[in-house]
Ligand binder design. Sequence first.
Ligand code: CAO
Length: 448
Amino acid sequence: MASETLIRVPDIGDFESVEVVEIMVGPGDEVEVEDPLISIESDKATMEIPSPVAGRVLEIRVSLGESVSEGSALVVMASDEVEISKAGDEEPPASSPDPVEPDPTEVKPDSIDVKPDPAEVNREPAATESGAPSQGAPVPAAGQGVHASPGVRRYARQLGVTLGETGASGLLGRVLESDVVEHVHRTMSSGEAGVGRGVPPVPPVDFSRFGPVREEPLAKIRRVSARNLSRSWLNAPHVTQHDEADITTLEDFRRSCKEEASRRGLKLSPLHFVLKAVAQVLAEFPDFRSSLAPSGESLIVKDYFHLGVAVDTENGLVVPVIRDVDRKSVFDLAGELAELAERARARRLGPGDMQGACFSISSLGGIGGTAFTPIVNVPEVAILGLSKLQVLPRWSGGTDSGAEAEFRARAVLPLSLSYDHRVIDGAAAARFTSRLGRVLARPGYLLL
Ligand code: CAO
């Protein structure tokens, strides 16, 4: 029967308080003897702590960045190799910063692979740096359980490369320095250079140390949109311009259309009028319907008015596209959006339904909130967020009719325009939302 084995930091010479820089395994991983478990790093060297036993990882007792010394508890394993507990009698040194319960058999690896800091030595060709040959099958999981020497790990970390994303051309799937270099070259020349570079990874945390947890798979839509949102966020320097539109007149008009809409089997929401108004304002502000050319030296201005609309589904966010918004009536737009939203929620949208937008709108108005900062759907350069309209007092100022200035109850629609600051300046964004506000305040503009 498998017994629990606690693996501790072995004798690491004169080093005190070294930092955990990589955790190569996670709970549930199967490891072989000598598979690397944890990498620790001092000022001078990186050390990989291998597993002295074969078995299954039950628990990680350290976290990234934590300081450890000889005797610190690292990993609890379930192992059949009870005999390995030749070290089971060993007591943790008095200096152990992490006293453990007595039950798991305690093991300290006999020896560890200590590599000098590659920054301090003349780097040899990668193949000579691969260190001890790999033992057992690698445990493939997002950079964890990947076989590589400490020098290669350190080199990859310096370049911000995740080892699991590189090739592994060494013996038994070991990652070599040349694999890291090749990965960097590929990324630089793929047009994705910049994405994720220099962004420190979020260290994995074993939440089960703090209470019960469960892991649920993410729906595919959510995984895809997570990647797209990160890409947009990392590529486009975002700024959000907040503004408001007085849509009191528009709301009166919308209510007056209710019967006609329901005769057509439709419901009109403020969003349908905003779509129409945005198309009109986009005609006056071509930069807002452009994309930055891949060279970064020109703008590709689109002379079509296809608008993406973010739709919330139980599986995540999708952005179907309504084509030629400028040529459609508000009723047409209401019908088309209802149909697209229904298909999105039934997961019946095709890829073509989600392509070709020159600008997007994300409306949380039916839910609530006063403002938010939507993420631009890159390579578009701007996105308009709508929040819930509120009836608020607004100062009328002087009026043409000479009526006395006063506070009046107005239906106010919050606008949040996020834009890519590489393409759009703050002044242009403020002009865009002001113009949109004026069009929405006097919907007669939509007829012009
Ligand atoms: N203020 C107040 N009420 C609003 C409103 C606003 N800005 N916008 C819509 N409403 C009202 C509608 O009129 C409707 O009222 P009734 O039930 O009385 O008719 C109700 O809110 C629900 O509207 P809706 O949200 O279903 O319809 P819509 O056409 O306005 O929006 C859609 C359609 C698909 C955009 C929306 O359902 C949706 O999925 N929104 C979420 C988008 C999202 O998640 N964005 C966040 C992305 S992060 O950037």
